[in-house]
Every structure is written in C-alpha cells, then in structure tokens.
Design a protein around this ligand. Structure first.
Ligand code: MG
Length: 368
C-alpha cells in the first residue's frame, strides 16, 4: 500500500463553557484544530487530528502544525502507511522534533492499518481491557466557590475524577482545593494541576496547607528539577505531565521515583506509535497513567479512547473525552461519554467518519 495524498483541514472548536482557563491567567476561547486525511492507493483512507492548547501551553501552536504538515507530507508520498515504525523513522529523518506535527499523520495511518486489518485500533494496540474507561473532568480556573459548583455539576453528570486547574495565587489555590474536596465522596479522585504555574516555595506552601486532604499534586513547577524538589518534600501522590515528553524523560523520572502517575498526551509524543511505546514502558515500570492529548475534538477523542482502552486497567489512572467540552462535532462514531466513562469504538480503524459538511474544503491538499 502507498500513500497517495493528504488533505489538511482547519476547524474551530468553541467551548460549551465559553472559555477554558488554567495557570498564570492562560486561557482559550476557541480551539483551533487541524484534521489530516491520509489517502492511499488501496481505497482506504485514514484520519488524524492535532489540537494544541493554544500557543502558550507546550512548544506547539495550531498554525505551526499546518505549516509543519505542508513541509512534511510531500516527503511521505509513496511510503507504506501500514509500516508504522518505518513511517515514524522516515518522519523523524525528514523533520527533527516537532512531534505534534507528526501526530495526526501517525494516527491517520493507524486508522488505515485498522481498516486494512479489519480490527479496531484498540485491538492492534494490545487488546481491550474491561468494558470502558473512567474519565476525568478538567475544571477551568475560576474563584473557589464557582469551581466547587462546577465539580458538583459534573459529578452529577457521572464524573468521578476531577482535575482542578490551579497554578494561580497560592492562597486562592488552597481555597480551590479545599472547596472542591469538600463536595466529593471519599472514592472520588481529585487532582490539583498547577500546569507549571507555581514556583517551588509556592508549591510547598500549597502542598503543606492541603496535606490533610486526599488530593494529588500535578506538575507544580516549570522544570523537572523543580518538580522533583517538591515531590521529595511532600507526602501527597504526585503526577508529572508537561515535562514528560519522551521515553528518556520517563526513564529518568522513574529512576528518580519522581512521580506516581504520568500523563501521556498523544501529540506530545508524536502519535500513537510513540505514545504506545511510552504507555508500555510505564506499564513495565509500574507507573499509572492518564491517557489523553493536549486537546481536540472527535478524532482526538477516538484516538485517546483506543490507547486508553488498550491500557491494563490497573495502570489507567484516568482518561478524557475532549469532544464533550466543545460544541462542534467533526466526525461521526466517536466515543460519547456515559456516566463519566467511555469506550473505544469497535469498528475497524479509529471507528470515525469525517463530517465533511463541517470541515468544508481542505486548507491544502498534496497529491502524487
Ligand atoms: Mg496536566
């Protein structure tokens, strides 16, 4: 099989809540997502999606994804989309770094592989564990009382895991954590995610002030060393996210006992091929994971669901249904949350069908 063309689409994904805010005053009103369709000479095509969390979260931005795709895609024409390992090496040889540019291409080729094999991507990634996966809800940063009310609202919808966006003023963050934990049941899990927003002394103040609570601390500071310092001085369970962007980062952090949970974001690693490698390594190391991405719509959510559902249940801390945060559906067949849980589609490939009437014309096409 050969890759014969690419279609690259841009789509806006507005938020149901109107806005999503996290540490240090950062926020997004409308997500700018990029959809890649990979065409082949077999009649099968595949789809992938990449949606950075604005330009201020990771070293990635939406227009950059499209510029990178325009650079990279022509160099992949004629390559076999079924040979994912070779394809990834070709992408890495053609473009250094920029994993988020490569992610949607890799995911689209997994979609093609699944369709060719007649199997859902979940099966190809290792097999389906259990009936479904448990989702978390990210709670956008607001005053403590409003965030607690949102936790209650989403709990009423069925969620049992919550990721509280802190990383603001430490005194307010202490209030936010206490107010949210107050309304949860003992079996619910609460993560205080600072998204790199605290300095070390601020992180230590907050961790100390909530040390009596059942709460996880996630990515308190900017650098790995800063996070490690906080980790070594708190008893609270500890999650690393932004600094975990490679196999090497996982190995170093595991060796330092720097975390109890890591967040595996598909586009941060460059697609499902490398995210699966990271996932399998974490299983071998005994590190639980949140399986997710930076953001996205139906296609990202489907890709997440396949990786999450093929992760041994005891190592899947939680996962996410980003398509339920946004008002725009871009594909049919994507997982839909039920009682705070979702399941990977069972049809071949990712199990999604583009809604072409929503995507409109491609922003660019590349053909043999
Ligand atoms: Mg995080």
């Amino acid at each position: 099989m050969k890759i014969t063309g690419f279609r690259v689409y841009q789509v806006d994904l507005p938020l149901h809540e109107g806005n999503y805010a996290w540490s240090e005053g950062k926020s997004v009103d409308v997500f700018d997502s990029t959809v890649v369709e990979v065409l082949t000479d077999s009649g099968h095509s595949g789809v992938g999606e990449v949606c950075p969390l604005g330009p201020v979260y990771l070293p990635a931005f939406a227009a950059g994804a499209r510029v990178g795709l325009a650079e990279l895609c022509p160099q992949l024409l004629g390559h076999n989309p079924l040979e994912l390992g070779r394809l990834n090496r070709t992408m890495d040889a053609a473009m250094k770094g920029h994993p988020y540019v490569k992610s949607a291409i890799d995911v689209a080729c997994w979609d093609i592989l699944g369709k060719q094999a007649g199997l859902p991507v979940c099966s190809l990634l290792g097999g389906r564990y259990g009936d479904d996966v448990v989702l978390y809800r990210a709670i956008s940063q607001q005053p403590a009382a409003q965030m607690a009310a949102n936790v209650k609202g989403y709990r009423d919808e069925g969620y049992r895991r919550f990721q509280l966006k802190v990383g603001g003023d430490p005194n307010e963050d202490i209030e936010r954590i206490r107010a949210a934990r107050e309304i949860l049941e003992p079996t619910d899990k609460l993560v205080a995610d600072a998204n790199t927003g605290w300095t070390m002394h601020e992180a230590m103040r907050v961790a100390g002030a909530v040390a009596d609570l059942d709460v996880y601390i996630e990515q308190p500071c900017e650098s790995y060393r800063q996070c490690l310092s906080v980790r070594r001085n708190t008893q609270l369970p500890f999650v690393l996210d932004e600094v975990i962007d490679s196999i090497d980062a996982i190995l170093v952090a595991a060796s330092d006992c720097a975390m109890d949970v890591v967040n595996i974001k598909i586009s941060k690693f460059g697609g499902l091929t490398k995210a699966r490698q990271a996932r399998d390594l974490c299983v071998s190391l005994g590190v639980a994971m949140t399986i997710e991405d930076t953001w996205g719509g139906d296609i990202v959510t489907a890709a997440i669901s396949h990786l999450a559902h093929s992760t041994p249940t005891e190592f899947l801390f939680t996962s996410t249904d980003f398509n339920s945060y946004v008002t725009q559906s871009i594909a049919d067949g994507a997982p839909q949350r039920e009682d705070g849980r979702m399941r990977a589609p069972t049809s071949p490939g990712l199990g999604v069908e583009l809604r072409r009437e929503v995507l409109g014309d491609p922003v660019f096409s590349i053909d043999f």
